[in-house]
Design a protein around this ligand. Sequence first.
Ligand SMILES: *Cc1c(COP(=O)(O)O)cnc(C)c1O
Length: 372
Amino acid sequence: MDATRYTDLNTAQRTLLGPGPSMVHPRVLRAMATPLIGHLDPQFIAVMNEVQELLRYVFQTENELTIPVSGTGSASMEAALVNFIEPGDRVLVAVNGYFGERLCDMAGRYGAEVDRIDRPWGEVFDPQEIADALKKNNYKLLALVHAETSTGARQPDIATIAKAAHEEGALVVLDTVTSLGGLPVKIDEWNVDVAYSGAQKCLSVPPGVSPLTISERARTSLRERKSQVANWYLDLTMVEKYWGDARTYHHTAPVSMNFALREGLRLIAEEGLEARFERHQANAEMLWAGLEELDLPPLVPKEYRLPSLTTPQLSPSVDDAVVRGRLLNEYNIEIAGGFGPLAGKVWRIGLMGFSSRKENVLTLLAALKEVL
Ligand SMILES: *Cc1c(COP(=O)(O)O)cnc(C)c1O
């Protein structure tokens, strides 16, 4: 074995303005280099408690069962479904983008009878159409996406939708991967039962852990299951004992990732949620104005446009791949292309967490102007 073939890692200093991962604050990187301790060390247990407290703050919830799942956002997404679905349960999914599709796929794999209502990519649902669809069957749960990263649309009126679901006896599962920490997510006020997120979007922590919060109504449903949860690793009946007072070993928490998450959340607490949301909104508005000037108008109407993820429409004269390649190679800026029905039609520009800074917006707009 010739070990000299493998050089030191020497990655470029990228400005990450895609759909995630977002840029990571140096304090978070330093926290990850903290000497390792055991996962049942009293000092780590204190970290676990602090992470849970800070997660309740960002989710705006009192939910006791609020934890970081060990795995990326998709792991939390699986946990949000597998714990509340038994084979044959009816599930309704509102689909207006890629992540709604993925919810259908996952729910089906756990044996749910999946019904869906659809909206074209880039649009959002009227709460009334979801309320009407909920009446058609006896649904165990309704799943939907708050911030569709594939389209840049923010689903409004979550509280109204949750009320309609509860009237029909359904639990509400909400994907907040691209909203948590970037725009208001009010789990208790909206009465959401299960919400999950990811570390590497608006929380600006590297991928690897993913926040999850579970209401008392959902916990009761979990206790009333007749069958075992179909996934051992994500089974909350066991995981809750590890994160709760019992501290019963289930799997080894990714210790360094929890150090990172704690620091990322501490940065959010220091900034304050309101100030953070205002920063995301202000920088997004600056980006939108600049994109209009470059003849790249955002796809999504302003009322429900995400501040964390913008999808400018490309005119036919713009060569999608060439421009993105030049941004990366000449300017060290990462943005992403569209996919599914939006492939070649839009870009996806993320301004999430530590990436949401005036200097990044101005650098991107200047680079785009040069390249175009
Ligand atoms: C990124 C994302 C996920 C999946 O998260 P990963 O960290 O990529 O596993 C799920 N839902 C939405 C809306 C996302 O943007």
